[in-house]
Design a protein around this ligand. Structure first.
Ligand code: SF4
Length: 442
């Protein structure tokens, strides 16, 4: 989007108005592939009914099914793989695309960018690719070997985003905890977080990283999070399972007892930390006994947030060839059971927060009701965790992007409700937003 805007093209979210339609696809698991294909077919209709002249398909589906898309979807005019992003302008303009000398692709601080999130928070990708061999995962095939962005490139981008008025930055990558290893940095992620915490901003800022690999979490990283106020006390660490048998078949290794000790160390080092994980149920060979180990682990771990995924059998993954496939009904039931265990834990943890005062980043009027506003504590990551509903803010409506003090009055399974108890923040002029089109429509 950044490259197109820089060339003077206008972006629209209304497909009927577009001259060129670009569908960015995912092909991680079957439902994502299906959604991608459905969207391509839906967008193709606009070539008949709208003003669209061209339909371009980009992203991971192209990496996996480039030839099939070309052969079986004649409505598609061009495809763009994950390493070919610099060709997007040429494809949209219908001119010869230059060969890309920079493969494999890795964006940097000079890559033009349009924020597709609301203007108070942003994601920064600090690395691309993954060298782990998880047998269920096809991401390394599509995204390639692990490679880090330069340290200063991330710092410059974060500094610019904060100057634009962004209050919360979330560092992402397929494996954030390996950041800097290929650059020869020791404890690269800890160094990066410490440096980002020092960026001067007129207001408080939040910085977190997501998707860390459990055995890459160093004591130095934990100490760094504990040390800096701007570093959010939040660890997102997909564990995938707790049974040693299943973890071995997943080619991730380790076991529930190791994870429990790690959780203990994280909590001892970072008081008040919220821990999120995700688990996969129904992995090939997962027995009732394995599932019981997983349930026992979730009860013992008392995690703040848990995502449960049903195993999806992808013909390109190593696990596709494993025996002991679990049937769909069992997978569905195990997911339901595990979520029920976590719902009770989450509700109990939320209830303990009633009466507490916390900082919330105000996000705007709630999507649930006209009477409420919505915000998040720093321990609620955007787009994935629960939220805080604001039901009382006095006479002056809060502004999206403010960090305010809220007293929690009610607790639900995943969300909290409360009222603001402080005065509005003093408004600071943000640097002008060079790409206001999308931000204004969110
Ligand atoms: S660490 Fe994550 S991205 Fe890498 S192979 Fe495992 S699941 Fe996939």
């Amino acid at each position: 989007m950044g490259q197109l805007v820089e060339r003077g093209h206008e972006l629209t979210q209304l497909p009927a108005d577009a001259d060129v339609l670009v569908v960015n696809t995912c092909s991680f698991i079957d439902p994502a592939k299906q959604e991608s294909i459905d969207t391509i077919l839906e967008m193709a209709e606009y070539k008949k009914t709208g003003r669209a002249q061209k339909l371009i398909v980009a992203g991971c589906l192209v990496e996996r099914y480039r030839d099939q898309i070309r052969e079986q979807l004649p409505e598609v005019d061009a495809v763009l793989g994950t390493n070919e992003l610099p060709k997007i302008v040429a494809l949209c303009e219908g001119v010869e695309a230059p060969a890309n000398p920079f493969e494999p692709y890795l964006y940097h601080d000079l890559t033009p960018r349009v924020l597709s999130t609301a203007r108070h928070y942003a994601y920064i990708k600090i690395a691309e690719g993954c060298d782990h061999p998880c047998s269920f995962c096809v991401i390394p095939q599509y995204r390639g070997q692990f490679r880090s962005r330069r340290f200063e490139s991330v710092v410059v981008e974060a500094t610019r985003l904060f100057a634009q008025g962004v209050r919360e930055i979330n560092l992402i990558g397929q494996d954030t905890t390996s950041y800097g290893e290929d650059l020869g940095l020791k404890d690269g992620l800890a160094q990066l977080m410490a440096r980002l915490a020092q960026i001067e901003t007129p207001h408080a800022k939040w910085i977190r990283f997501l998707y860390c690999y459990p055995n890459r979490i160093t004591q130095k990283l934990l100490d760094t999070i504990a040390e800096h106020a701007a570093l959010v006390k939040y660890i997102d660490m997909p564990l995938q399972h707790a049974s040693a048998n299943v973890l071995k078949r997943m080619k991730r290794g380790s076991h529930g007892d190791f994870f429990l000790k790690l959780l203990e160390r994280i909590r001892a080092t970072i008081p008040g930390v919220a821990i999120r994980t995700s688990m996969i149920v129904g992995f090939p060979g997962e027995t009732e006994a394995d599932f019981q180990i997983l349930q026992d682990f979730v009860k013992a771990a008392q995690l703040d947030r848990l995502g449960v995924f049903s195993y999806s059998d992808e013909d390109t993954s190593a696990s596709f060839h494993l025996d002991g496939k679990v049937d769909g009904r069992t997978i569905h039931n195990r997911k339901r059971k595990l979520m029920a265990v976590q719902r009770r834990i989450s509700r109990a943890r939320n209830r303990k927060l009633i009466g507490h005062e916390v900082d919330v980043l105000v996000e705007g009027p709630s999507e649930e009701s006209d009477l409420l506003w919505q915000g998040r504590m720093s321990t609620q990551a955007p787009d994935i965790d629960g939220v805080c509903y604001i039901n009382d803010f006095g006479d002056v409506a809060p502004r999206a992007g403010e960090i305010r003090r809220m007293r929690i009055a009610e607790a639900h399974d995943y969300d909290l409700v409360g009222g603001l108890i402080d005065a509005p923040e003093q408004q600071m002029p943000a640097a002008s937003d060079p790409f206001p089109i999308l931000a204004a429509t969110r």
